[in-house]
Design a binder for this molecule. Sequence first.
Ligand SMILES: [Zn+2]
Length: 160
Amino acid sequence: MIRLTCGDLRAIKAAAEDAYPMEACGLLVGSLTEDGVYDVARIVPSRNLAAEQTGRKDRFEIDPKLRFDVMRACEGSGEAIIGHYHSHPDHPAAPSKTDFSMAWDADFVWVIVAVPKGKAGAVTAHVLEGVPEGVPEGVPEGVPDGAAKAFREIPLAAHG
Ligand SMILES: [Zn+2]
């Protein structure tokens, strides 16, 4: 399960609508509890470098400098980057083929918000399973396809 505040959920939806028809994206900061709950303490919106650089409406790339800065800021705080969110303009709130090929981090939650016709709709959360041992974090080059990885949807609970 992933837990976040109603305010953060609203902010994700608002960012998704603002970015339309491009994808919005950002980081989820918090902790993974002992009972396996992704507890989001805050969200950190990012520029979408892929949209800026390619103009494509079906790609996102979180600013690596932002990711690095947030990682550094989390050091010693008990918090970490536990996932990210992005939007799917005019596509369902399910991981796309592109998402699948970009996904190699286990213990990382993907939040996806559908934005049909510019209005934020369904929001879903997914974790990756079956990532082979020894695959480094990030998006490694040349990792062979055919690993048994798969996305699994997990419940999303908004509170507060
Ligand atoms: Zn996607």
